[in-house]
Design a protein around this ligand. Structure first.
Ligand code: HEM
Ligand code: HEM
Length: 246
């Protein structure tokens, strides 16, 4: 494994080690909060607050996880010297990345409804803006094709949107039953998308070759599922017969 390969497994490794265990905890505490409220189950009164506190970390973790994937994909597609658009485009993209991180930080801090909406939208716009770069692999951009619904990218940015919604609407979810129902519907969808991400992410991991294998593997035809034959190995000097008479 070269450094670039380690960079590429940073995102899957963070998802498996940090994000998925957190999803389990948040979902369990959410269900307990609901049982406590609807069925009046004898559960600790802290379940709701613990759920929302951990939920806040989960939502932010998912945004950071996706930013790691997008940054690695964009920065390593070509060697640094051959970066499409040169230094000025690299600087622009870096500013978008920093702006997205600042918006996420601001979303944690602001209280007013309008600001929460603005910073949630700005964070999502930053993720979508980086995701729209040509370096980022998207199975399909056509919602009418089945490939779009199997895309790790589109489900990923959708789940980021759902997490940002819950993060921004935390006070409303707590206070208002209609918002809580909306949160419940959004969370069920998010849970389905998280499962899908686990499957499509593992598929992508299987399909992406190691850096040193890329020139050969990318010469294959993925539609016909054939690869060009390997060039015959060059004869070694020992195997070459010595010229006669010498
Ligand atoms: C995997 C993601 C999540 C799932 C499955 C989930 C699920 C739930 C469920 C089942 C409830 C109970 C609803 C009810 O009482 O009818 C709930 C409540 C709540 N959720 Fe989430 N949630 C998730 C993420 C989040 C996030 C990211 C936040 C944002 C901070 C959040 C904030 C809240 C709040 C404030 C409540 C109300 C808690 C209370 O009654 O004290 N949730 N959630
Ligand atoms: C919380 C769940 C996850 C979300 C929201 C998410 C989202 C994303 C996004 C938006 C990208 C960039 C677009 C692309 O290159 O396809 C990406 C890349 C990728 N994801 Fe995920 N992902 C998640 C979990 C996983 C898991 C569990 C795996 C594998 C076990 C995985 C494997 C990959 C791979 C191999 C890439 C290619 C780029 C890279 O490795 O940095 N993802 N993901």
């Amino acid at each position: 494994m070269q450094t670039i390969d380690w960079l590429w497994i940073l995102h899957p490794a963070l998802a498996v080690v940090l994000i998925y265990p957190l999803i389990g905890m948040v979902a369990r505490l959410g269900l307990q909060a609901r049982k406590r409220r609807v069925d009046k189950a004898a559960l600790p009164p802290t379940t709701g607050r613990d759920h929302a506190d951990l939920g806040q970390w989960l939502a932010s973790g998912v945004v950071l996880l996706v930013l790691v994937a997008l940054t690695v994909v964009i920065a390593t597609k070509e060697p640094p010297g051959a970066f499409v658009g040169g230094g000025s485009r690299a600087l622009q993209l870096l500013l978008v990345l920093i702006g997205t991180l600042v918006s996420l930080l601001a979303l944690w801090r602001v209280k007013a409804k309008g600001y929460r909406l603005v910073f949630a939208l700005l964070t999502w716009a930053g993720v979508l803006g980086l995701g729209a770069q040509p370096e980022v692999w998207r199975l399909s951009d056509d919602p009418f094709s089945p490939a779009f619904w199997q895309s790790h990218y589109w489900a990923g940015v959708a789940v980021v949107g759902l997490m940002l919604f819950s993060l921004a609407a935390r006070p409303e979810i707590l206070r208002d039953l209609r918002w809580r129902r909306l949160h419940l519907a959004a969370s069920v969808l998010a849970a389905v998308l998280f499962v899908a991400q686990g499957i499509t992410g593992s598929r992508d991991l299987l399909e992406i070759p190691l850096n040193w294998q890329k020139p050969t593997i990318y010469a294959c035809d993925p539609v016909k599922r054939v690869c060009p034959p390997f060039a015959p190995a060059a004869p070694t000097p020992a195997a070459t017969p010595a010229p006669s008479g010498s």
